[in-house]
Design a protein around this ligand. Structure first.
Ligand code: 3PG
Ligand code: MG
Length: 401
């Protein structure tokens, strides 16, 4: 997989104007960045191109503006990036036109410039050829380092790859390498853990996974739908009863594909949805009619951890319970710690991604011990669904020439 596109090893960036698509879509609260992981991830690419004497011109979106919106300016993010990489990052108030052209013309080799939010122009999301052409005027080559935006076929994530020589940045490269090892050409057996609240948001993902992995653990609220579909009473638990037939179809598909489905065998039940609500573990034949399943039970944890022991590769998306509230984080934390220990012992390749998943692994204190944690949300899910990612496909097409 890694060899099917060109990287920074395949281009001399010295003296070149390098348009680098990065993901600066960091979480912000009252003007403060609450998680700088995405900035840390792009630092190697920015530093390398700058260090080799390339002119680094950063292209990125921020939020989902409809037209120009000062609240969604990238200016504060560019300032924070400068802090992370320890080098000045200049800023231009527009990503095309006179403002951008002059800012680029003023750059010296090795300089770093961040252009304003590309989504301030409707041409970005429309992948409008005229907008792509204006952007392309600013650079000699295009480097895509934004895997987490690669599910978007936008001007800066895809369009530019048809206009300029295209290369993967270091983060894109690492991400594709890790993901390739997890699902495309994995060391078997492969286990997937999929949790989260709703089956409805993960039908495509489950249908794809059962054809690719050897075992699939289903946890979180979505497991209730599968239990209900099998005739188990789930009381007042979150459950998408109208998806019972879908759940059964996925179970059948798994069976046909030789994928073992691992559902909870017991459950932690509370009577109201709150941290530290009184709770108890029940067998599946005894879930109280007025109870809510908020976590997998102790027998399920033993089963899941044993299944992790049997695997050589793990792909994880979604928590196993209501992990934001103690003690309903127990299942997620236990499985996460177990997977981390197996990874540290070199028995397991572990890859995780998706918004809540990273938060859950951070909460378990094991994010650093996984083989790879993706910062991608939607793009990670679409990858797990087996869907083409336009921002990756364009890199492959460019390498074929
Ligand atoms: C993300 O935050 O997941 C990416 O930056 C993509 O953002 P989007 O969902 O607004 O396209
Ligand atoms: Mg998103």
């Amino acid at each position: 997989m890694t060899n099917s596109f060109r990287t920074l090893d395949d281009v001399n960036v010295s003296g070149k104007r390098v348009l680098v698509r990065v993901d600066l879509n960091v979480p912000m609260d009252n003007g403060r960045i609450t998680d700088a992981t995405r900035l840390e991830r792009i630092a190697p690419t920015v530093t390398e191109i700058s260090g080799k004497g390339g002119k680094v011109i950063l292209l990125a979106h921020f939020g989902r503006p409809k037209g120009v919106d000062p609240k969604l300016s990238l200016k504060p993010v560019a300032a924070a990036l400068a802090g992370v990489i320890g080098k000045p990052v200049a800023f231009a108030d527009d990503c095309i036109g006179d403002v951008a052209t002059k800012a680029v013309a003023a750059m010296q080799d090795g300089d770093i410039l961040c252009l304003e939010n590309t989504r301030f122009h409707p041409g970005e999301e429309k992948n409008d050829p005229a907008f792509v052409a204006e952007l392309a005027e600013l650079g000699d080559i295009w480097v895509n380092d934004a895997f987490s935006a690669a599910h978007r076929a936008h001007a800066t994530t895809e369009g530019l790859g048809h206009k300029l020589p295209a290369f993967a940045g270091r983060t894109m490269q690492a991400e594709l390498d890790a993901l390739g090892k997890a699902l495309d050409a994995p060391t078997r057996p492969v286990i997937a853990i999929v949790g989260g609240a709703k089956v409805s948001s993960k039908i495509d993902l489950l249908e794809n996974l059962v054809t690719k992995v050897d075992a699939l653990v289903i946890g979180g609220g979505m497991a209730n739908t599968f239990l209900h579909a099998q005739g188990i009473g789930v009381g007042k638990s979150l459950c998408e009863k109208d998806l019972a037939a879908t759940a059964l179809r996925i179970i059948d598909k798994a069976e046909a594909a030789g994928c073992a489905i691992i559902l909870p065998v017991d459950a932690v039940v509370a009577f109201h949805f709150a941290a530290n609500a009184p709770s108890q573990a029940y067998g599946l034949d005894a879930i109280p009619a007025d109870g809510m399943i908020l976590d997998v039970g102790p027998q399920s944890i033993v089963r899941i951890n044993a299944a992790i022991d049997d695997a050589a590769t793990l792909v994880w998306n979604g928590p196993l319970g209501a992990f934001e509230m103690t003690p309903f984080d127990t299942g997620t934390v236990s499985a996460a710690k177990h997977a981390a220990a197996r990874t540290k012992a070199r028995k397991l390749i572990s890859v995780a991604g998706g918004g809540d998943t990273v938060a859950a692994l951070n909460h378990a204190g094991v994010a650093d011990d996984f083989s790879y944690i993706s910062t991608a949300g939607g793009a990670f899910l679409e990858w797990m669904e087996g869907k083409p990612l336009p921002g990756v496909d364009v890199l492959r097409a460019a390498a074929k020439g």
